[in-house]
Design a protein around this ligand. Structure first.
Ligand code: PGI
Length: 484
């Protein structure tokens, strides 16, 4: 017996500028993350690893070789981040557009052909041409192309995270705390759609807005910019991100008929005991706010016409669960350690599950649960845009892959419209504040020589992706791993 995926089901990889592109001469670009990762105080405080994005795997130069590698293990889809800071290294503020405001809300940004022409004069043409080459190369191999417009890094003219932390957001370019970012992001989105739509099969506006807001302004120990602890800023950043998605959705649609989505990482919210069910429900509800805003227009309990109806597909990043208990204090739930994201690196969870180098519990059945919930709520096509494990020695990854793909298979059997699975990641890359220590690759990267070496799990992945089925000899890995 084998477990078959539909022939149209996609298996993919992905790239993010800061994480993959740099490493070889000519690939450098500067964003807020560059400033942040190079900051000596951040390093001294242990907030960032000290690893520089300039020493990365070098995808900008080695894209053909990595694309070949991806095909060789059966991949036929990829999502690529088009880096805002590469395309517009200089401010776009001076290109005027009509902005419709209602109180503090940005309801519409009018972008016309003249605006695109003016943006074209400011844009870094070399970078644009290079992205065309990357996308074309992948398309010529028969790969599906998904384009992502925002994966965390912001041009420095819009965000100086060190100054925000030191001087406060009123005295520095403050990124997601300044509503102008919505207007500038819309211009960028319109321009990129105008320039690249012929090579793109699907778009998404941004990756994980909730992670950007919560790690930037609440969980400041995470080492994410700007590390400015302030609940009001968290709320403001969320609002701006919700509006930026809607306005960028409209901007992409000016020049594209392709589906436009948004990506968020959603955990399986598991109640510790029966009486914690309501707490888990609250956690999930909060987790999906980017979809609620884009699909229903509901944000902070209010319905907004100008946010609604802007979700053609859902991107799910799934890594693990959140096990929660009830809490009298707001928000009504508390996330418990030794489950989900809160485990000991390389250890074992309270339920006897193995945990990654990051301390994330392997919990594959959660992937099915989240897919089912998202499908019931939105009924639009879903891509698993990220799923993977930090596991330098590859002791867990083979089982991780098979057990998670089995959950996708189950979802497909139930009629859930999952279109593809993108493994995080093809190669080792820069894991943000944690640097090169967290290795997520199917291929090990020697960051000195830039050479890649297949891990055993790459072969396991190939066994499945090439024939789009879980073969009989891997069926023993479909059930969740357990240590005791
Ligand atoms: O940590 C692995 C990947 C990152 O490398 C991707 O850039 C990012 O999209 N990952 C895991 C998540 N999101 C991404 C899940 C949510 C999360 C983000 C940051 C959890 C902890 C820190």
């Amino acid at each position: 017996m084998t477990l078959k995926f539909n022939k149209s089901f996609k298996f993919g990889f992905s790239t993010v500028g800061v994480q993959h592109e740099m490493g070889l001469p000519g690939s450098e670009f500067v964003s807020d993350w560059t400033i942040w990762l190079h900051d000596a105080e951040n390093m001294a405080a242990g907030l960032v690893s000290g690893d520089a994005p300039e020493n990365g795997p070098g995808y900008w130069n080695l894209f053909q070789e990595d694309n070949t590698r991806a095909v060789s293990i059966g991949m036929d889809a990829a999502w690529f981040t088009v880096e805002w800071a590469r395309i517009f290294p200089k401010p776009t503020f001076d290109i005027e557009v009509a902005v419709e405001r209602s109180g503090e809300d940005i309801r519409n940004v009018s972008i016309d052909r003249e605006c695109i022409e003016r943006l074209s004069k400011l844009a870094n043409k070399e970078a644009l041409k290079h992205y065309r080459e990357i996308l074309e190369d992948w398309k010529n191999r028969g790969g599906l192309v998904v384009a992502n417009l925002f994966h965390w890094s912001i041009p420095p003219w819009l965000h100086d995270p060190i100054k925000v932390r030191k001087l406060g957001p009123d005295r520095a370019p403050s990124g997601w705390l300044d509503s102008r970012i919505i207007v500038e992001f819309s211009k960028f989105a319109a321009f990129v759609s105008h320039e690249l739509d012929d090579l793109v099969d699907a778009w998404y506006t941004m990756n994980e807005p909730e992670v950007v807001a919560s790690l930037g302004y609440l969980s400041v120990g995470s080492g994410f910019p700007p590390g400015y602890l302030d609940f009001k800023s968290y709320e403001l950043a969320r609002k701006h991100l919700a509006e930026a998605h809607a306005r960028a959705y409209d901007a992409v649609k000016l020049f594209s008929k392709k589906p436009v989505g948004i990506v968020e990482s959603v955990a399986d919210w598991v109640p510790l005991k029966e009486e914690d069910a309501e707490a888990a429900e609250k956690g999930f509800e909060h987790n999906v706010w980017p979809f609620e805003a884009a699909f229903k227009g509901v944000f902070n309990g209010l319905e907004r016409e100008d946010l609604k109806g802007r979700l053609d597909w859902v991107g799910l990043n799934y890594y693990t669960r959140n096990t929660v208990g009830r809490d009298e204090a707001p928000p009504g739930y508390t996330t418990l350690s030794n489950y989900g994201y809160g485990c000991t690196p390389g250890g074992v969870s309270k339920e006897g599950r193995p945990c990654s180098d990051f301390g994330w519990e392997v919990y594959p059945e959660g992937l099915y649960n989240v897919l089912e919930k998202l499908w019931k709520r939105y009924g639009v096509p879903i891509y698993v845009t990220e799923n993977g494990i930090a596991d330098a020695t590859d002791r867990l990854r083979p089982h991780f892959i098979v057990s998670h793909l089995y959950q996708v298979y189950r979802a497909l059997e139930k009629g859930i419209d999952v279109r593809g699975y993108f493994h995080w990641n093809l190669t080792d890359n820069l894991e943000w504040a944690r640097g090169y220590s967290m290795r997520f690759g199917l291929f090990h990267v020697d960051f000195k020589t830039k050479r890649r070496y297949a891990r055993p799990s790459a072969l396991v992945f190939r066994e499945i992706a090439k024939n789009k089925e879980i073969p009989e000899h891997l069926l023993h890995l479909t059930e969740p791993p357990r240590v005791y």
